[in-house]
Design a binder for this molecule. Structure first.
Ligand code: NI
Length: 142
């Protein structure tokens, strides 16, 4: 089994804010990330898949199919969006990068069987590079 990691990029903005908490509590919890006007990130996501080498192609993943899935399920959905106000999945969920990762995993899993009907490769994990210092890893299954 070979693992292949492939990276994609999108830009989006968000505001970390819990509606049930007051201003002081949100400020204490999130600091400048609670700025009411939001702030942006150039997210880089790394999608890791694993599978056997296809003897015909010599590859473990059809990269074109992976690209199509990630572009349609993730990049086109989130690129240049204000996550808090434009995406229904974040209407009642704080768009932290943890929660964004859970959404990305779900969206990839939802499209996986159609993208890879022969059942290979499998999704291993997703990593999201939010900043140079903030890196989140989401296992393929909880
Ligand atoms: Ni942020």
């Amino acid at each position: 089994v070979i693992q292949v990691d492939r990276r994609y990029r999108f830009s989006a903005s968000h505001r970390l804010h819990v509606a049930a908490l007051d201003e002081a509590q949100n400020d204490a919890l999130f600091g400048k990330c609670n700025n009411p006007f939001g702030h942006g990130h150039n997210y880089e996501i790394e999608v890791s898949v694993a599978g056997p080498i296809d003897v015909r192609t010599g590859r473990a993943v059809d990269v074109n199919r992976l690209d199509s899935l990630v572009e349609s399920a993730v990049v086109s959905r989130y690129d240049h969006r204000y996550l808090n106000e434009e995406l229904p999945e974040f209407e009642h969920t704080v768009p932290t990068t943890e929660n964004l990762g859970v959404q990305i995993r779900q969206r990839l899993q939802d499209g996986w069987d159609e993208a890879f009907p022969e059942g290979q490769p499998r999704l291993e994990r997703i990593r999201i590079f939010e900043t140079d210092r903030n890196i989140f890893e989401i296992a393929a299954y909880e």
